[in-house]
Design a protein around this ligand. Structure first.
Ligand code: TYD
Ligand code: MG
Length: 454
């Protein structure tokens, strides 16, 4: 048997015959790692594609789709982000930082599914006694969950064939290896081969498969991007580990939208769905006016989340004033600070500015723009903002306020949460109807905001 040495980029999977400092494909530095590979000709003949679809050529109009029956897990937040439940043969990649709760969630999902389905839980990370210890802690025990600690993908394939499960969990893809490849587990080649082996096995059998994966410290999946192409859904845990709240966000979903999020909190007995998230996002007292705090309602999918923007503007002691943001995009905020300086003459050039979202989440909704501006003005000019006011509008570089999508849903939620005043961009006549006890203050631009805040 002949072997050859190749250098594989751990980021994109590019193969080069020689080592170099920078990957010629994706441009990343220090990502080429040596891997030993069998010569192509000596390799056993295997199909190279990871799906086995083959059909006649037909017109789209003549084709018929079979409605997919959803299999709900019974864990409300999890079903919501999957679009109602799982589909037979669905392969899901669950990724997140170590310790965020992937194994915990998976054991809970496995337990919920095992009420009606046969589950095989394969772990390459923990021993049987560790898993059963966790199961006891979570209060789950089921006849229908089979455990297997294994890291050799060929043995895993054998055990899948032996047990014939309806649901398969693999914890985690970085720990399994393919014995035909000499590189160590977790390298691009191994991750890619093991994942495609699994897809080839589970897809035709209609096994619902969950593959767990770690992310690198930049928040990217450790392993090649090709992993994301192979699976049907990719779910990421998108919060810091130290937070009580864990946000699960779909990055890809072949059977539904990617707009929904799942909110969980880590408790002593596992992850618990959070239906009413407002209490986690609003930290400060809701009773009184505060300087530097502005509320907003950000939309995540169809779900309005009450968000508390906090800003601190203080004189700087450095030649270059500091701008620090947590939870909101720094570049977006820099643009807003520039707009505030230019259009309303806010003296920010000799001030440090800190902006943060309470609750430790990262949000991108443009509706937060106006809340960031209001909080900065409030902190800079020492104007307290009332506890029952809310700010929702996008702010452009010219300082003008623009309407955000689904405003009526946000206003409805604001009213439900007991807010009395909502600052928005100008509304159309139809949107002004039925606002009842919520006063809407329409703003044209930042000047308007500065005037009305006073
Ligand atoms: P884990 O699911 O092992 O994380 P991952 O698989 O993503 O690495 O668990 C994450 C953390 O959650 C762990 O450090 C302990 C904590 N935890 C609880 O707080 N309560 C619980 O009921 C469980 C099972 C874990
Ligand atoms: Mg784990």
């Amino acid at each position: 048997m002949k072997f050859k040495t190749v250098f594989v980029c751990q980021k994109c999977g590019y193969e080069a015959p020689k080592w170099s400092g920078q990957c010629p494909e994706c441009g990343e530095w220090n990502t080429l790692a040596e891997e030993v590979k069998q010569q192509e000709s000596k390799k056993p003949q295997r199909t190279r594609s990871f799906t086995d679809f083959s059909s006649e050529i037909i017109k789209l109009s003549d084709s018929r789709s079979v409605p997919e029956t959803r299999i709900p897990t019974g864990i409300g937040e999890f079903d919501r982000l999957l679009g109602g439940g799982l589909v037979k043969g669905q392969i899901t990649l669950l990724a997140g930082a170590p310790g965020i709760g992937k194994s915990t969630l998976m054991l809970q999902v496995a337990a919920a599914l095992s009420k009606t389905l046969k589950v095989l839980y394969i772990s390459g990370e923990e021993s049987i006694s560790q898993i059963s210890g966790r199961a006891q802690r979570l209060g789950v025990g089921s006849e229908n969950i089979y455990l297997h600690c294994e890291t050799d993908i060929q043995k895993i394939v054998e055990s899948v064939e032996q047990v014939a499960p309806d649901v398969l969990v693999l914890d985690s893809i970085q720990t399994v290896y393919h014995p035909e490849f000499t590189s160590s587990a977790g390298t691009v080649g191994q991750v890619r081969e093991c994942a495609s082996e699994l897809v080839r096995l589970c897809k035709p059998k209609g096994i619902i498969t969950f593959v767990l994966g770690h992310v690198t410290k930049d928040g990217e999946l450790a392993g090649p991007k090709v992993l994301e192409h192979m699976v049907d859904s990719v779910l990421y845990f998108d919060t810091e580990k130290d937070n009580v709240l864990r946000l699960l966000r779909p990055h890809k979903n072949r059977f539904g939208s990617t707009g929904e999020i799942g909110l969980f909190k880590m408790t002593g007995s596992g992850l618990e769905g959070v239906e009413n998230a407002s209490e986690y996002f609003a930290q400060t007292s809701k009773e009184r006016a505060l300087k530097g705090r502005a509320y907003s309602l950000a939309l995540e999918g169809s779900r309005p989340l009450l968000t508390e923007v906090q800003a601190l503007v203080s004189p700087t002691h450095y030649p270059y004033p500091r701008r620090v943001t947590t939870g909101v995009d720094l570049n977006r905020c820099l643009m807003l600070f520039a707009a505030l300086e230019k259009h309303i003459g806010l003296p920010l050039d000799n001030k440090d500015i800190f902006v943060s979202l309470a609750g430790g989440v990262k949000l991108k909704d443009p509706a937060l723009d106006l809340a960031v501006c209001a909080a900065v003005i409030s902190s800079c000019k020492e104007i307290p903002i009332a506890h029952d006011s809310l700010f929702m509008a996008e702010v452009g570089i010219l300082g003008q306020a623009a309407k955000v999508p689904l405003l009526d849903r946000r206003l409805e939620e604001a009213r439900r949460l007991g807010f009395k005043k909502a600052y928005t961009a100008a509304l159309s006549r139809t949107e002004k109807r039925n606002l009842k006890d919520l006063t809407v203050l329409e703003l044209a631009d930042l000047n308007d905001l500065a005037l009305k805040l006073r």
